[in-house]
Design a protein around this ligand. Structure first.
Ligand code: FES
Length: 174
């Protein structure tokens, strides 16, 4: 489903020449190679930041494969996002140490506080919740990464405070 809050030109390469050019260069580089679909989708996610339904159709058409195949990959791997990220991203490390250390409880708490699921962005475009792989701070597990800042040994009871710190930062920026 396309969120009406997002301008279609931002997520549809057929209406956005810059976006199309970014995707075309990735397609040109990898088209025809074994396992190319996964590589292409990964690179699009890294470069563009998301793989919208319109981008999935565009890639399917370019590779001459059914869009359902592209969609299948996107929905299987949770690190793909189908819409632009919010202004702030809260990432939960799902590496072993963090997982064992209680990442799932942190995610539950954040979902409850922000009111969205993992992989989604709030309606106002302010916050995105995501999971991520080990960020190399295992001794501080469980770890939450807010924008570029790593917060270690986070407890569910601290999530509200962390989320408020984002709001305070926004208020300070005006
Ligand atoms: S497992 Fe989370 S930082 Fe390594």
């Amino acid at each position: 489903m396309v969120d009406n809050a997002i301008e279609i030109s931002k997520i549809d390469p057929t209406q956005n020449p810059t976006l199309a050019a970014q995707i075309d260069s990735i397609l040109d580089e990898h088209r025809g190679k074994p396992g190319s679909l996964m590589v292409i989708l990964n690179e699009v996610q890294a470069k563009v930041g998301f793989v919208s339904e319109q981008i999935q159709s565009y890639i399917g058409a370019a590779l001459r494969i059914p869009v359902s195949k592209v969609h299948g990959v996107i929905s299987f791997y949770s690190f793909f996002t189908t819409r632009p990220r919010g202004k702030h991203t809260i990432k939960f490390c799902m590496g072993t140490a963090c997982y064992v250390g209680g990442a799932a409880q942190l995610i539950d708490k954040a979902k409850q506080l922000v009111g969205i699921d993992l992989g989604k962005t709030t309606e106002d475009g302010n916050v995105t919740l995501e999971e991520c792989r080990c960020v190399g701070a295992c001794s501080q597990a469980p770890v939450v990464v807010i924008d570029e800042t790593i917060h270690g040994r986070v407890k569910p009871s601290k999530m509200a405070q962390l989320i408020r710190s984002i709001e305070r930062q926004d208020a300070a920026e005006g």
